[in-house]
Ligand binder design. Sequence first.
Ligand code: FE2
Length: 375
Amino acid sequence: MTEVSLSQNGAVLTLHTPEGASRFHAIWLRDNAIDGATRDASNGQRLITMADLSLNATVRAAAVEGDTLALTFDPDGHDATYDLGWLAAHAYDQPQAREPGQLADGVEAWDGALNTAVPSGDYAALSSDDAARRDWLEMVRRYGFAKVTNLPVEEGNLYKIVDLFGYVRETNYGRHFEVRTEVNPVNLAFTGLGLQAHTDNPYRDPVPSIQVLSCLDNSATGGENMVVDGYACALRLKAENPAGFDLLAKYTARFSYSGSAGVKLQSRRPMIELDPDGTLRAVRFNSRSIAPLVDIPFEDMEAYYAAYRQLSDIIDDAAMEVVFKLEPGEAFVVDNTRVLHARKGYSGEGSRWLQGCYADKDGVLSTLAALEASA
Ligand code: FE2
């Protein structure tokens, strides 16, 4: 049984249920009215602007009828009804977590223990079965990476993966790029050297949020792929050195790339990025493209470097790694705002050929949400 009461001359409405009381502001309720004059019936888009809302909105009359709350507002005299379940799902009068480094819903930090259960999906299933695709996308959201197996071994097969959730993000490296040994490499990724775990292209803003790497040939010795959870590394830094965590989140780093003609990419972003409520949003780490750091006050620079070095050491700790060797017809997707990737060194015997491309994380989350809603 739900009861309703008004206070502050109708500026605040309170719903009373056996579970407790939940307050709503009249202006919030008026703004979220679900009716044909306020929201488009077909796409749900809001039809009024802020200028149509009175900051003095109040509830003149309120009544609960079954599962519905019926309201009349002043000063515009608008009538609106609300589903009580919808209001319960959108209640905001409750404690809200604001812990720096907290993780968003559906996100889980991980370390090398995940080697025993590497997230993976079979392409034949992903491309034909919505439940399989939903489960795989859920793993991408949860862990920030997942493998794909059983792809046709053909050039451009990485586009088939992007088609599962979104669209390619083209860059100056092309619609996709080749990752194999080249003479006179313009970028260290195209040599046989091992690479420290990194996020790609932190010099872009916004950064490419999804990377796909697909294997077409991997007969060289070595060359395993390795991934490290930037969120887990940031949280370990916070546990070991809270002040250092704060410094990497508080000050902007700088990244740049100008390795080819006509390109001069530059960004100014923190290594550890938090949402205003403290939720971990992004980790940027790339020793090859870090630029001179000039946004840290003199007094904090030594401590900043100590925290940066400590984060680097955590990233290099084998206990944080998940390692796998891709076979031809296998690929993996990483959330490049979070998961660092690396390659172990490989020898000149045999060959190694991967193709990579970028895409956008909003496509992953949108496709996943739509699949979850229709399940
Ligand atoms: Fe990379």
